[in-house]
Design a protein around this ligand. Structure first.
Ligand SMILES: [Zn+2]
Length: 149
């Protein structure tokens, strides 16, 4: 599976989240051979749980892994501090980012730690998040922690 095919899995999660009225960020975890280990999406709204970001949802659903140095985390949007911390804590080696236009995240902080960042600048990811921010700005600013954490 190539990076764009991996992103398609994460994007399907983001689209599902959007359709549910949630924050449309999806993610998936793959092994080094491109085998899908798990997938997930932000469920802040759906579950009333601010700790369920796309990345953390996929991470938890993958269960215990002996190492993350050979894992690939794919996310539709550049990771926030919370998810960036998770990536560094568990030494996830590669992060594929659908887009960093609507939210720049902290990609340099990840690169400094030796994380390989693959930016796809995907038009569908940019468009979906843009539509969500225009439609539900208050949920978006809550999600990125402006004024809450
Ligand atoms: Zn996050």
């Amino acid at each position: 599976m190539n990076y764009n095919e991996m992103l398609a899995v994460a994007f399907a999660e983001a689209q599902a989240g959007f359709n549910e009225g949630g924050v449309p960020v999806g993610a998936a975890l793959f092994d080094a051979d491109g085998k899908l280990l798990s997938r997930g999406r932000n469920r802040r709204v759906q579950d009333n749980d601010p700790s369920v970001h796309g990345e953390t949802d996929a991470f938890r659903k993958a269960g215990r892994q002996t190492s993350y140095r050979d894992k690939i985390l794919v996310t539709t949007l550049a990771p926030c501090w919370y998810c960036s911390g998770l990536i560094r804590q568990f030494n996830i080696s590669t992060v594929v980012v659908g887009e960093s236009v609507n939210f720049t995240g902290h990609l340099d902080w990840l690169r400094e730690a030796g994380v390989k960042i693959v930016e796809l600048n995907d038009a569908a990811c940019i468009d979906l998040m843009s539509r969500f921010i225009a439609q539900s700005p208050q949920i978006w600013f809550e999600d990125i922690g402006e004024g809450c954490c």
